[in-house]
Design a protein around this ligand. Structure first.
Ligand SMILES: [Zn+2]
Length: 140
């Protein structure tokens, strides 16, 4: 599996997890007086226009901090992040092999600045790192 394929698979796995979760936006209970502070609420799938509990971290060690972190990273946010990452990946695919060894990143053909970047370019290396993938030198 190429680095490009590894990153794409990791993004799509993350996207599928977020799409299967209760829809966002998620919010903590502290946002409304009748809700429980350390409970995270999301959009109801069975009662449109209403919210229901997505998870309850009231008794977790992190309590309110956990609730805020979970709500800030709800499925709607993750879906947007994954969609952005797939666009970045599409712009930065390996485009051309030089001397049978290295690839040139596709973004160089589009930006026409006269400089070539080897695959993976800095953007792809950062994207791979964010998904816990270590680029191997010479791997397309
Ligand atoms: Zn690139």
């Amino acid at each position: 599996m190429t680095l490009h394929e590894q990153i794409e698979a990791a993004i799509k796995d993350r996207l599928a997890v977020a799409q299967a979760a209760q829809p966002g936006p998620w919010m903590t209970g502290e946002t409304a007086p009748h809700l429980v502070d350390a409970v995270v609420y999301g959009q109801s799938t069975s009662w449109p226009g209403h919210i229901t509990q997505a998870c309850n971290v009231e008794y977790a060690d992190g309590g309110m901090a956990n609730a805020r972190a979970i709500a800030a990273n709800g499925p709607d946010r993750i879906i947007r992040d994954c969609q952005r990452d797939l666009k970045v990946l599409a712009r930065h695919g390996p485009a051309r092999r030089l001397g049978g060894v290295h690839e040139i990143c596709a973004h160089d053909w589009a930006d026409s600045d006269g400089w070539l970047s080897m695959w993976p370019c800095a953007e792809i290396a950062d994207l791979a790192e964010s998904y816990g993938i270590t680029p191997t030198e010479g791997t397309p």
